[in-house]
Design a protein around this ligand. Structure first.
Ligand SMILES: Cc1ncc(COP(=O)(O)O)c(C=O)c1O
Ligand SMILES: N[C@@H](CCOP(=O)(O)O)C(=O)O
Length: 462
């Protein structure tokens, strides 16, 4: 299996190099050169397997010879052993044909743990073999950062720098990033929004002397391995609802388009997914793009679902690559337009391709709060604001096909929003009960690239 860049001008790589590289050297994102299909019988045989066994079967064809079979099985087992639910990703029923896929039982209480815990294991195994070291940089609107710090803290051959928008993540998210004491992890509060942080990360990758000098690696969903790990729970949910013999739709609270893109890959592998529904908050660039064809940024607006406060949605580039017939030059041109003029128009053919698979919807701040309170009153389930955006949009799209909404974070990560919606403050799990007593360690930076690079150079362990 080879991986190719969405901009068509970077060398094709194997799985290991793709994982350790992050962003392609032409600025694009890596994708497999073909998606290995699963037959109906293979999908049916997933029923009854543990989450870890399903993960092995689904991901194995993508990793080539990077890991031996037994090693890969044991890395998967280690990745998920710290999850607080035996099913890892349990399904709850909200209404007769509407299900909630709870993805927040990992160590940092968000869906990011599914991929980050696994790539933490995969990085360690690959680096132990090569005796190499890397500097991980990541941008976060709150959840990726805490998951990355949790997965990589304390490792000898990895330094981690996480950029988050100062004042725009919840207190729990910030403290998850700023309280770990391990000296290889660094939380950096940047003056700006998430898009500023993500642009800085991409600028560091595109500065080859810096990139090669510090051995940069990325763990945002620009990293293909992140997307791959997230494919698994689409299968686990669909199979438990009757796939491959019954189709399922998914509604996905969306920001950077990584999670829903994993659903797209599952569909390409043969999982019968009828529709993938993009649910956005008031930062609705993807909803506008899918409904009008215009992908136009208009500034990040802070919301009660802050992890989705994103306008430049990284992984949309991967969907565009397929929508434009895998024409890397066409994608590169769109991305240049985005950079120079803040937007682009999707061609009619590409839009039709996308609309075949994706529909979209948006939840206002009021609709998000009302959904938290109504779902709690009707079902006792407490939704985080991101999951509530998903449930609101899913409810506009219910049909005879079972609908699964992804619950992407635990409500206790966003206690203020949840309390103001339903009057009760959700409690953190016992193991995090002292989060607000732990000392914080954070560096505030202006968002200047040179200052940031100097800070990273000065803090990596030699
Ligand atoms: C809780 C939560 N929900 C939804 C999302 C959106 O996911 P994606 O960026 O993969 O679209 C994020 C951030 O990525 C998140 O942290
Ligand atoms: N919502 C994310 C934003 C970064 O997304 P990623 O999936 O590309 O890492 C976050 O919580 O940080």
């Amino acid at each position: 299996m080879k991986y190719i860049s969405t901009r068509g001008a970077a060398p094709a790589l194997n799985f290991e190099a793709t994982m350790l590289t992050g962003l392609a050297r032409d600025g694009g994102l890596y994708l497999p050169d073909h998606v290995p299909p699963m037959t109906q019988a293979e999908i049916a045989s997933l029923a009854g397997l543990s989450y870890e066994e399903q993960a092995y079967v689904i991901m194995r064809p993508f990793i080539g010879d990077t890991f031996a079979d037994d090693e890969f099985r044991s890395l998967i087992a280690r990745a998920y052993q710290g999850f607080g639910h035996p099913a890892r990703a349990p399904l709850k029923q909200l209404a007769p044909n509407h299900f909630l896929l709870e993805l927040f039982h990992g160590p940092t209480l968000a869906f990011k743990d599914f991929a980050m815990q696994l790539i933490g294991q995969l990085f360690q195994a690959a680096l132990a073999r090569s005796r190499d070291r890397v500097t991980i940089v990541g941008a976060t609107s709150g959840d990726t950062g805490s998951a990355a710090i949790e997965a990589f803290k304390g490792l000898d051959n990895v330094d981690v720098f996480i950029l988050f928008p100062h004042g725009r993540v919840s207190d729990v998210q910030r403290r998850q990033m700023t309280t770990p004491a391990e000296s290889n992890v660094h939380a950096l509060a940047i003056d700006g929004d998430f898009d500023t942080c993500q642009a800085l990360v991409k600028d560091m990758f595109n500065d080859f002397s810096f990139r090669d000098g510090v051995k940069l690696a990325g763990v945002n969903s620009i990293n293909w391995a992140r997307v791959l790990a997230q494919v698994v729970y689409y299968f686990s949910a669909a199979v438990s609802l009757g796939a491959p013999y019954r189709a399922v739709s998914f509604t996905v609270p969306t920001g950077n388009f990584g999670d829903i893109f994993a659903g797209y890959i599952a569909r390409q592998m043969g999982l019968p997914i009828e529709k993938l529904i993009v649910a956005t908050n008031q930062n609705d660039i993807l909803h506008r793009a899918i409904t009008s064809g215009g992908y136009v940024t208009d500034g990040v607006k802070p919301s009660i679902s802050p992890s989705m406060d994103i306008q430049v949605s990284s992984n949309f580039e991967r969907a565009l690559f397929d929508a434009y017939g895998r024409d890397g030059a066409a994608v590169a041109q769109l991305m240049d337009e985005l950079k120079s003029s803040g937007g682009f128009h999707i061609s009619q053919g590409a839009l039709e391709f996308l609309r075949e698979i994706f529909t979209s919807g948006r939840a206002s701040e009021g609709e998000t709060s009302q959904t938290i309170s109504r779902i709690h009153a009707n079902t006792a389930e407490i939704l985080c604001p991101h999951s509530a955006v998903g449930v609101h949009v899913a409810e506009q799209n219910l049909s005879a096909t079972p609908m699964v909404t992804l619950a992407t974070a635990h409500p206790a990560k966003f206690p203020d929003a949840v309390e103001s919606a339903m009057g009760t403050r959700p409690a953190l799990p016992e193991r995090m009960a002292d989060l607000f007593d732990r000392p914080e360690r954070v560096t505030r930076l202006s968002g200047d690239l040179a200052e940031l690079q100097a800070h990273i150079r000065g803090n990596i362990r030699k």
